[in-house]
Design a protein around this ligand. Structure first.
Ligand code: AMP
Length: 282
């Protein structure tokens, strides 16, 4: 595996590969890698000649300074994991490399409603930060294919919108959520849960699967009430949102007939750790 810390060096290396007809797959991450990340790398490896994984804890997408400070950064373990996954290239830039003019002068993207609802509502400016870093990373890597997890359902929609606005010539490939044996969606933040929080967090996916398996027996309002009851049993938790939404634009549905494709999304704080998850219902 090759390691690059500089944008120019990585661009030059990838340009040479593309000139010789090789395709490039890209997996952007914030590190603290787990089997969810590895699944994206494996997909990219199966579909491209060169797979690039980036590890960059993007400061401008954190609305909570404590969350940024506590974000896990086990870089040596990450490198070992990337080596065992046979990743071709790791891009591990310092902040100055991505934001040479500082993190104050960001581009403002016109993301519309999608950045104001759900996670956008609870994490002001989060998606502007995501759009900014993704534009810079995509400019550097210029991949043929970009691999992102459906775990961050809203993030996939935001990045797709930004790419369309920027006429980015690359295919975005959403990948399925990888879960722990008890159903908890894998996340870099899971390591911050203590033993009982970790155990209780399995209720999140149980609730989503309950919605998925029983939606046709309830009205939207009734199933939301049932689901909220289930989530409220998690000790020391605070629900940010549980929403049943149109999977095309994430607007809330009040009747199952409101949309063809429907997704249930949840964001909840367990102790100090904010967790998100979702399931496609239909
Ligand atoms: P992160 O490092 O959390 O920013 O995630 C980097 C990429 O991995 C994003 O596209 C995530 O959606 C994806 N990802 C994170 N967790 C999972 C998971 N459990 N299953 C599949 N993809 C994931």
């Amino acid at each position: 595996m090759l390691l690059f810390k500089k944008t120019d060096a990585l661009s030059a290396f990838l340009k040479k590969n593309k000139q010789s007809g090789k395709t490039v797959g890209f997996v952007p991450t914030m590190g603290a890698l787990h089997a969810g990340h590895v699944s994206l790398i494996e997909k990219s490896k199966a579909e491209n000649d060169v797979t690039v994984c980036s590890i960059f804890v993007n400061p401008v997408q954190f609305n909570d300074p404590e969350d940024l400070k506590r974000y896990p950064r086990p870089i040596e373990r990450d490198i070992e994991l990337l080596l065992s996954a046979s990743c071709d290239v790791l891009f591990f830039p310092p902040v100055e490399e991505i934001y040479p003019n500082g993190t104050e002068n960001l581009i403002h993207f016109d993301l519309g409603e999608i950045e104001k609802i759900l996670d956008g509502k609870f994490r002001p400016n989060h998606f502007q930060g995501v759009a900014n870093v993704m534009k810079l990373l995509l400019n550097t890597v210029q991949p043929d294919r970009l691999y992102m997890g459906q775990k961050d359902f809203q993030q996939v929609m935001v990045v797709r919108k930004m790419m369309k606005q920027e006429n980015t010539n690359c295919r975005l490939i959403p990948c399925e959520i990888i879960r722990e044996p008890d159903g908890l969606a894998m996340s870099s933040r899971n390591v911050r849960l203590n033993e009982s929080e970790r155990k209780n967090s399995s209720v999140i996916s149980q609730t989503l699967f309950f919605i998925q398996n029983n939606f046709d027996k309830f009205s939207v309002t009734a199933i939301k009430t049932e689901a909220e009851k289930m989530l409220s049993k998690i000790p020391d938790s605070k629900l940010d949102y549980l929403e049943i939404a149109n999977a095309e634009n994430l607007s809330a549905v009040t009747d199952w007939k409101d949309a063809k494709h429907i997704v249930a999304l949840v964001a909840i704080k367990v102790g100090k750790v904010r967790l998100i998850d979702n399931v496609v219902i239909r």
